[in-house]
Design a binder for this molecule. Structure first.
Ligand code: TYD
Ligand code: MG
Length: 462
């Protein structure tokens, strides 16, 4: 007889508890526990069951690794360059991929475009639990997709989706979204942790058994009311996140887990009138329309995965009479700015206290690296003193508390990418000299080495 056991799961983070709790000890969310029934196998449920070894079974489970076929040749390539790159060369057959992201960021659009590209070669199925066929047709028409080959199913109950998958056995299926699917046997509401986990578990088995590549869409919500993709990350083969500011046209596709490739690659897309387009030249896309030779702007390079992207940093310093000046940042950490301003004061004697400071990374990008420190301080001083910095310069360097310019990682890659994009003047930390010696640089390339902030500012404003 199978015995049922009840546990309580936090909808925010998946924390399990044997009793109901008001506040989750793991993520701190209030009132997030839901009751979940788990079925226990009772066959050999005594605590020593694992000792009851059955030597005749499971013999075939041991295989020689050399006899296993390499699945790489059989990847499904969507021919959307940025998508394939992030996956490590296309979708692996029979894999389960989770695509997470904020509502409205463009997940359905991206997958519809991917599916449309795949239909030329493979059989596909689009399962939607959120939108009606009419809505999807409208979107497809807007994306100028040929819909003749696309099969679609509107369903939210797991059984009919499983039946459709078993019947049609498509090569590639999209489930949009996992939060709208429910398993009838479970009483919890669709979107709750237990529903989402159970449905994902079922889809995982189907993907492996029928060799179907399944992509699940998962909405990320901050409130934790609907189970976010976080609780599913360990179950799937790959987790991709689609990020960006909705107000901005650029989107980044990032792999945070990938069993079939690296998690270092990112894909860049631009949301246009006719859907998502791969950004061909992400290195300079962010610099379009930038002002030249005006005070308060500098260029630096940041790494996104294995690629370096050039970004413009703008600073605006405005005199203020208030004792507490404003420190406002977009795209960089505000506390980091406070620290950089303190370094500037202490090591160069330039006081920013009488000024409100606004620092912005254009294009809605975020810089999490410290390699942009020097470029930020240079932009601040440039705005404050109303002196422009040569707009052909790429400025790189981390700042230490004593005002020293410290080395940055992957300097070779940043310089080579800069050169490829037509830049040939770089201000870099002296500590990177050795790494740069190893790369062959063209004659017109000028590299300025700096070891102190003061030295760097003298160079930039000379
Ligand atoms: P959608 O794919 O529905 O987002 P998600 O599935 O992640 O919730 O994308 C919705 C947004 O994309 C919507 O705000 C409008 C915008 N969009 C465009 O700008 N151009 C287009 O061609 C399409 C289809 C959508
Ligand atoms: Mg959607």
């Amino acid at each position: 007889m199978a015995k049922n056991k009840t546990i309580y799961i936090c909808e925010g983070c998946g924390y399990e508890s044997s009793g109901w709790l008001g506040k989750c000890p793991s993520c701190g969310t209030w009132n997030s526990f839901v009751e979940t029934v788990i079925q226990k196998k009772s066959a050999k449920s005594n605590s020593r069951a694992w000792l009851d070894l059955d030597v005749t079974s499971d013999q075939e489970a041991v295989v020689n690794l050399a006899t296993i076929e390499n699945a790489d040749q059989k990847r499904l390539c969507s021919n959307i360059e940025e998508m394939d790159r992030v996956l490590g060369g296309g979708f692996v057959r029979g894999s389960l991929v989770l695509l997470g992201g904020d509502p409205g960021i463009g997940k359905s659009t991206l997958l519809l475009q991917t599916l449309a590209n795949l239909t030329a070669q493979y059989s596909t199925l689009y399962v939607s639990g959120e939108e009606s066929p009419t809505q999807i047709k409208m979107r497809a028409d807007r994306l100028q997709i040929d819909t003749k080959q696309i099969q679609m199913l509107t369903a939210t109950d797991f059984t009919s989706i499983a039946q459709a998958l078993q019947k049609h056995k498509p090569d590639f299926a999209v489930i949009d979204s996992i939060q709208s699917i429910y398993v009838e046997e479970i009483s919890a509401a669709p979107g709750s942790v237990s529903q989402v986990r159970e449905a994902t578990g079922g889809l995982l088995r189907l993907a492996k058994a029928l060799n179907i590549t399944i992509v699940l869409v998962g909405h990320v919500t901050k409130e934790g009311g609907i189970a976010g993709p976080r609780v599913l990350e360990h179950m799937v083969d790959a987790v991709l996140y689609f990020e960006g500011e909705k107000s901005n046209q650029y989107r980044i596709l990032r792999a945070v887990k990938n069993r079939f490739g690296t998690t270092n690659e990112v894909g860049m897309f631009e949301m246009t009138q006719s859907g998502l387009k791969s950004v061909d030249n992400p290195g300079t896309a962010m610099l379009e329309g930038r002002p030249l030779n005006v005070p308060g702007t500098t260029i630096t390079s940041t790494l996104e995965g294995t690629r370096s992207i050039l970004l413009e940093i703008q600073a605006l310093l405005n005199p203020t009479d208030f004792a507490q000046p404003i420190r406002n940042t977009q795209g960089i950490d505000r506390l980091r700015l406070n620290m950089l301003l303190a370094i500037l004061h202490k090591s160069c004697g330039i006081a920013t206290a009488p000024y409100d400071a606004y620092v912005n990374v254009t294009g809605g990008m975020k810089i999490i690296e410290t390699s942009a420190d020097l470029a930020i301080v240079a932009a601040v001083v440039s705005s404050m003193q109303d002196k422009p910095i040569n707009s052909d310069l790429i400025i790189l360097g981390e700042l230490g508390l004593t005002g020293e310019v410290r080395m940055v990682t992957a300097i070779e890659r940043r310089i080579l990418e800069g050169l490829r994009l037509g830049w040939n003047k770089f201000v870099v930390p002296a500590a990177c000299k050795r790494s740069i010696k190893n790369i062959s640089l063209p004659d017109e390339c000028e590299i300025f080495y700096v070891s102190l902030l003061k030295e760097a500012l003298d160079l930039l404003f000379s």
